[in-house]
Write a protein that binds this ligand. Sequence first.
Ligand SMILES: Nc1nc2c(ncn2[C@@H]2O[C@@H]3COP(=O)(O)O[C@H]4[C@@H](O)[C@H](n5cnc6c(=O)[nH]c(N)nc65)O[C@@H]4COP(=O)(O)O[C@H]3[C@H]2O)c(=O)[nH]1
Length: 952
Amino acid sequence: MFRRDHPLFLPLVTFATLLSGFLITMSMFLGVRHLEHQKMRSDFHQSADIHLRTVVKGFEDMVHDLRTVTQLFIAVDKPTRDQFRVFVQPLLQRSPYIYALSYQRILAPSERTAFEAQMRKRYPDFKIKELDWADASAIETEEPITSKQLRIVDYIEPMQGNELAFGLDVSNSPALQGPTERARDTGLPSASNLFNVAQLRNNRLGFVIVMPVYRHGAVINTVEDRHREVVGYTSAVLRADQVVEKILENEGNQPLANVILHVYASATPDENALVYRSAIKPVKMVETSVFDHLPKWLFQDTPETISRTFDVAGKEWYVVAAIPVGRITKNHEGSLLVLLLGTLLSLFGATYVYVTGRRSRQIQQLVGVQSQQVRIATELMKEDSVARKRAEQALQLRERAIESSAHAIIISSAAAPDYAIEYVNPAFERITGYSAEQVIGHNLEILQGADIEQIGKEEIYSAIKEKRTGNAIFRSYRKDGGLLWTDMYIAPVKDDFDKVTHFVTALYDITEMKRYESELEHQARHDTLTGLVNRNVLRDRLSQSIVYGARYNHQVWVLFLDLDRFKFVNDTLGHNAGDQLLNKVAALLKAFTREFDTIARLGGDEFVLILPERPEETLAVNLIQRLMDAIAKPLQIEGHDFFLTCSVGVAVYPNDGQDPETLLKNADIAMYRAKEMGSNNYQFYTAAMNERALERLRIEGDLRTALERKEFVLHYQPQVDVRTGRIIGMEALIRWIHPKFGAISPIRFIEVAEETGMIVQIGAWVLRTACEFNKDLQRKGLGYLRVAVNLSVRQFYQKDLVQSIIKTLHDTELTPHYLEVELTESLVMSDVELAVGILKHLKSVGVQLSIDDFGTGYSSLAYLKRFPIDALKIDQSFVRDITNDQDDAAIVASIISLAHNLRLQVIAEGVETNEQIAFLRRQHCDEIQGFYFSPPVSSEAFEAMLREGKML
Ligand SMILES: Nc1nc2c(ncn2[C@@H]2O[C@@H]3COP(=O)(O)O[C@H]4[C@@H](O)[C@H](n5cnc6c(=O)[nH]c(N)nc65)O[C@@H]4COP(=O)(O)O[C@H]3[C@H]2O)c(=O)[nH]1
C-alpha cells in the first residue's frame, strides 16, 4: 500500500504492532478471566447451598419439635400441666428459636364457667381473656364476644414472656383460622402467615404453627371424623425477626462473608414478608443495564443469586442467597496481571518499532546519498535482527508461562475428525502420567479411556463444532488407571485470517474437590466412626419397612440397643479404646443381622436395628437373646478383656406405633426400662412404660437442684457384732426428701444420678456428711464406730477419687480406719486389673474396703484373693431364705467359710428374724445388719440408740 519512505508508513506499522499486542493481551485476559469467574461461581454455589440447607433444615426441626409435643398427647391421655412443662422444657432449650410451645384446649360455651372455676384452684385470678383482634395489643374484659366454641391457650411454656397468651381465647383470631382448619382437616402441622402475635409486644410480627390433637384412642378415617374428634391444638409461636438468625446460630453457622442471605415468609420475594437479611444492602433480583448484552462473567459486579422455595408446615417460604458486589481486583489477580503485562509488552513493542523506524528514516534523510544506502540497509538489517530477537524473546516468555502453568494446557488441531493433540505442557504430563510423546497425535478422548458415555462430551463437541468456548466436567483416567476428575475449558485459537486453526484446552484437576464432595455426602448419611448409617437414613429405612410391613401385613421390630457402662470405658481407658469397642460392637451387629435389616448408630453407645419380618423368617424373641449373648462374649481392647453387656428395648410395628418417630421413641422408652431392670436385659414396649419414662424425666430434672436445695439427708443403719451383740459400725444410706413427692428411694434416683454424672457431687456430699457425723459421735464420747459409705461405678473410676477421700478425711479429722468404702461385686469384676490398682491405692490411705451384694455378681474366687479387701457383705437375697431354703443356707455357709479362709470379715445384710441370727451365729458370721436390729434411722435417732446402749 505505502512504500517504506511514505510519511504514513511508520505510524501505521507502529499502530499495527500496538493493535496486535492489545488483541493478544485482550484474548489472554478474557480467557483467564473467564476461568476465574467460573471458579468464583462454583465457590459461591457451594457456600450458598450450605446456608440454604441450614435454613430449610432449621424449619424442618421446628416442625419436628411441634410433632414431638403432639406425640405427648398421643402417647399420654390428657397429660397434666406439669407433665407438659417437664416434657417441653428440653425442646425449648434445644430449639431457642421457638418463642413458646402451647396447648390450645377446645371448650363448648357451656364448659366455660366450670373450666374457669377449675383453673382458679391453681391460678386464683384466672379468667378467660378475649382479644380485640383488630388491635392485638388491647386485652379486654371477661365478657364473651361470641357464643361459639372457644379455643383457650391452656398450657404454655415458658410462662415468662407469654403471660398475655395464657388463658386467651384464640378461636376468633383471623390469622389462625385458616391454619387451624387446615391442620384439623389434614392432621398435619400448618403454619400461619406473619401477623402481630399477641404476646410479642410492640406489634412485633411472628407466626404460629399448629397441629391438631384428637380425642385419645379415636379412630380417624375421614375429614368428618377429624371435625368430630379434635379436642385441641398444639402450637409453636415463632418471632419473625429472630427465627432465622437463631436457626443459623443454633446450627453453629456464622453468616458467610461471601454470601448475602434473605428469607421471606412468602412464596415470592415480597419485602413485607422479609424475615431475615444478612446484609444491609438488599439483593437486586433483576438488573438491566448496558452490560446485559455482554457476557455476564466479564463484569464482576453482576450479582449471582440462588433462590428456592421451601415448605414451612404447608406454607411456601422463599429464600435467596446472593454474592456481594466485590472489588474488581478480588479473585481476579491472575487476569489483571495478564492485562497489565500484556499492555506493557504491547506498548514496549510499539515504541520500539516506532523508535527504530524513525531512526532509520532520519538517517536516510540526513545522509540522503545513494552510496550510503547499502550501509544503512546493513544497519537496518542488524536492527531488524535485534527486533526479531526481542520478538522471539517475547514469544519465549509466553511459551515459558504456558510451560510453567500449574494446570494442564493442551493445544490441539482444529482439523476434524481427529482434532489431534499437538502440544501438552509439563503440568499435563504430571497430572495425567502421560508423556507428551504418548499423547501427541491422539485425540483428547484418550483421557476418558473406556468410560466414553459422559454428560460433558456433548457440550465440548458442540463447542468445537460451533468454534466457541466450552466447559464440562469429566471423569478422566491417569495412565496408571487412577480416577482423575477434570474440569475442562476449551477455547478456539484463530490465525491472522480469522480462521480457527487450533483449540487451546485447560484442564483443572478437581479430584480432591470431588472426593471431598462425596465424603460430605457419605458423612451426611453415615456415622463416621463405624460406617453404619445415621439417624437420617434410619428414618427413611424405617418408613420403607413400615410401608412394606403394611402392604404384606408383616411386623417390623425396632431394637434400641444401649451398651451398659460404656461411658466408663471411655472415661477410664480413653476415647481411643471407646472407639475400638464401638467398632467391634458394630462389626458384631453386622455379622448378626440379615441383608435386609438395618443397623444405625445414633451417636454415643446407642444403636438401632430395624428387623422387618419376612415370609420365610418370622421374628422370635430368642433372636434378641442370641444378639445379647454375642455382645456379652469377651472383647479384647488394648490388652484388656471386656465383658460388655447391653440393654435392649423393642417396639413392634404396627402395635407400638405407626410411624418412625413413635416406634423409635417407644423402643427408647423400653430400653430405659430394660436398664432400670438392672442392665443386660431386654424389654418389649408396653403403654405403661410411658408413665415411667415421664417420671424418670421428672426425677432427672429435679435431681439437678436437689443438692443446692439441701433435699438430701443421710440415714444410718447399725451393724452389730454377732458375738458381743454391740453396735460396731453403721452404713450411711442416702434419702431424698422431694418437696412434692416426699421421700424417694435411692433405687429410683441413684441410677439417674449415675447416668447424668451428678453422682460425683452427690457421692462427695455423702462421704463428707458421713465422716462428719462419725467424728461428731467420737467427740461426744459415743464410741469409735466404723461408717460404711457406698461408692458408685462412676465415683470409683473418677481420676481424683483417692485425693478427694484423703481431703475429706483431713477436713473432717476422721482417722481413715473408721471409714469403710463399699463397692459392689459387679463393679470390681468389670475390669479386674484396673480395679485391683485402684483398690490398692485406696488401701494405702488406710480406709477399710468391703464388697457389697456378694453372691449376686459373677465373682471369681481366684480374683477375690487379689483384691486387698477387709470384708464381704452377703446379699440379702440369700439371707432372706436361709432358714427355709437349703440351697441358700449352703451358699451362705460356704461364703462365710470361704471369707474366713481368705481372712475376711463377713457381714450378713437384710437380717429380719431371730432364726436367721441363730443360723448365722452357728456359721460363725461376724456381723449382721438388718431390720431385726434396726432399720436405717436418722442421725438423731442413731445417736439416741447409742446413748441408750442398745444391744442384740
Ligand atoms: N428388705 C430389707 N431391706 C433392708 C434390711 N436392712 C437394710 N435394708 C435395705 O437394704 C439396702 C442396703 O443397702 P445397699 O445394698 O447398699 O443398696 C443401696 C445402695 O446400693 C444404694 N444407695 C443408698 N445410698 C447410697 C449412697 O449414698 N450412694 C450410693 N452410690 N448408693 C447408695 O441404694 C440401695 C438401696 O438403699 P436403701 O433403699 O436405703 O436400702 C438399703 C436398706 O434400707 C432388711 O432387713 N430387709
